[in-house]
Design a protein around this ligand. Structure first.
Ligand code: C6P
Length: 577
């Protein structure tokens, strides 16, 4: 641990990317849970590697190969030290936390999990620590069991005994939830698992760069690390596994580097970790991760945790003071990771994030790859601010100012919409708040289509009543962002009563209008589209094109299902969406 208090201002200057303007204001990067920024030392290490040392590892007998191999293997030693592993043989380089978890599911899982066994995960898992276990359960006939969370958005530890029974073969859980910020008591969970003979896997994607991790004290069997969330490059991560376990596991990918001898009929494998690293690895990524570890250690991991905690607490206090805003995760005052997800009145997360972006603030909006958790909380999405040690309280103040309803518009939740002008604001906020033709239709001539945008949580049910040659009626239900709801509402008004061919033509026109290149001059748009032209502005926001098109794609499907000619609209993703 570094005994002196770090100079956070000086440390911030190590990150060149932070020194830029976005939409005319200094960038505020609050999307650190998705990926952290990289200090100059890491960027320089990548450049140095490719300028001076680039070569393949473990193969060549020449100077460059020796240097590349030394750098790569030194990085393994650094990861082992960083996690206090018993040996560097316990560290396998992977592409990230996702691949680390899949490796365990494929090798240890296929070898040891059988029908009748139970795989225990928790309600707060990222898809990366859920889907590999679902696949394993499907392959083996094992059962997936889910440990619930409580009202404080923490694991229901009082119910652990009910779920962690002797038939549990593996217990996989995260150390810090990427959606809730909850910090889980890893040592306690591992000890409980040991008592019933279950193997443990800790998903440390969110904790690796924020907490001190000692795998021996924690007592876990496997731990998945994500390099890019801890100042390292993207495409590199690591799996820690107890050597005794790794030695019992078969390889999962075959190829060069992982073999001892190869004959035409069969082969034998190297010992861990090489057994699990087939092919040319991400050499520069591993070296960059090693430098990131040096960098984090030079600041001091406890200092980083304390500083992150202070920033998070500061932001948490201010966020909960905003009327109508609700922060997910453990209540204020409880130690948590540097993640604050929130919902804001009935504003859709994508609208919040789009507005933040206009202020140069990078937030994330959506389900954060925790769809079942969002559903459990009765949400389709949330906005999320996540911090790292280079962030400042002044940046948090700017976010709070952006989120606080102004005196001019003293509503509980400000209208989050795209800054595309007054007419846009009027039309969009009117239709998003009072969608027209909202409801259902029934009858033989009604086609019902369900559509959703999984990444942002828009869901929509479209009901179209077809006459012999025209669209008699159109209604919809669902929930989504302002763009999605406005587009659906305006679409129903536009299509009702139109001959099919005309409806298909309008659909085509609208598609062209919203998916034209962002910088194209389309003027005020085709006259036939009327108010729908206000949505033409979404072409500047590729993620939002999907929102604008959701109702129209559903309509296209309804046209097809009604047995008539396929409409002339592309079902491909709009460019850039
Ligand atoms: N979460 C987020 O925005 P990779 O990228 O494979 O190294 O990590 C996947 C992963 C696994 N577990 C947890 C808890 C995570 O948060 C993540 C990545 C990012 O929340 C991207 S979805």
């Amino acid at each position: 641990m570094n005994p002196t208090t770090p100079s956070w201002e000086k440390i911030r200057a190590d990150f060149p990317i932070l020194d830029q303007q976005v939409h005319g204001t200094p960038l505020i990067y609050f999307d650190n849970a998705a990926t952290s920024q990289k200090p100059r030392a890491v960027i320089d290490a990548l450049r140095h590697y490719y300028e001076r040392d680039n070569s393949n590892v473990h193969r060549g007998m020449h100077e460059l190969s020796a240097r590349a191999t030394a750098g790569y293997e030194e990085a393994r030693v650094k990861v082992a030290r960083f996690l206090n592993a018993g040996s560097e043989k316990e560290i396998i380089f992977t592409r990230g936390a996702t691949e680390s978890i899949n490796l365990v599911a494929q090798t240890w899982g296929n070898q040891f999990v059988r029908a009748g066994d139970v795989i225990l995960v928790t309600e707060m898992e990222h898809h990366s620590n859920l889907v590999p276990w679902q696949l394993l359960a499907e392959r083996t006939g094992a059962t997936l069991r889910i440990l619930p969370i409580n009202d404080r958005h923490e694991l229901a530890l009082d119910r652990l005994g009910e779920f962690l029974t002797p038939d549990v073969k593996l217990f996989a859980f995260n150390q810090i939830s990427n959606s809730l910020g909850t910090i889980n008591p890893v040592a306690e969970l591992c000890a409980a698992a040991r008592k019933v003979g279950a193997v443990t896997l800790v998903d440390a994607a969110q904790s690796g760069g924020h907490l001190s991790i000692d795998v021996q004290t924690l007592g876990c069997d496997f731990l998945a690390l994500s390099g890019h969330k801890m100042c390292g490059p993207t495409g590199i991560g690591a799996l820690y596994g107890k050597l005794a376990l790794l030695e019992t596991m078969p390889p999962w990918q075959g190829g060069g580097e992982m073999i001892e001898t190869v004959e035409y009929e069969k082969s034998t494998w190297k010992k861990p970790p090489y057994r699990f690293e087939a092919g040319t690895p991400d050499i520069s990524g591993a070296i960059g991760l090693g430098v990131a570890i040096d960098y984090l250690e030079s600041i001091g991991r406890e200092a980083i945790f304390k500083h992150d905690a202070e920033l998070t607490r500061y932001a948490h206090e201010k966020l909960v003071a905003i009327p109508g805003l609700r922060v997910l995760g453990p209540p204020l005052g409880t130690p948590r990771g540097a993640v604050l997800s929130f919902v804001f009145g009935d504003a859709h997360a994508h609208d919040v994030v789009t507005k933040a972006n206009e202020h140069g603030i990078a937030l994330r909006g959506g389900h954060h790859c925790t769809q079942p958790l969002m559903r459990k909380l009765g949400l389709t999405s949330s906005a999320r601010a996540s911090f790292y040690f280079y962030n400042t309280k002044a940046e948090i103040d700017r976010m709070i100012e952006m989120l606080t309803p102004s005196e001019v518009s003293p509503e509980a939740s400000p209208a989050f919409s795209l800054p595309l002008g007054e007419i846009y604001e009027m039309v969009v906020s009117d239709h998003a708040r009072r969608p027209r033709n909202f409801g259902e239709l029934a009858g033989d001539s009604v086609v019902h289509v369900h559509g959703d945008n999984p990444s942002c949580g828009d869901t929509l049910d479209l009901h179209v009543q077809f006459g012999p040659d025209k669209v008699e009626n159109v209604k919809f239900t669902g929930s989504g962002c302002t763009v999605c709801m406005t587009s659906a509402s305006l679409m129903t008004l536009k299509l009702k009563g139109k001959p099919r061919a005309e409806a298909a033509r309008l659909m085509h026109l609208f598609h062209d209008q919203v998916s034209a290149p962002a910088d194209s001059e389309t003027g005020s748009g085709p006259r036939e589209l009327g108010d729908l032209n206000v949505l033409g502005g979404v072409r500047k926001f590729p993620q939002r094109v999907k929102c604008a098109m959701l109702a129209w794609r559903a309509f296209e499907q309804a046209l097809q299902e009604s047995g008539h000619e396929r409409a002339e609209v592309s079902t491909e993703e709009p460019k850039g969406a």
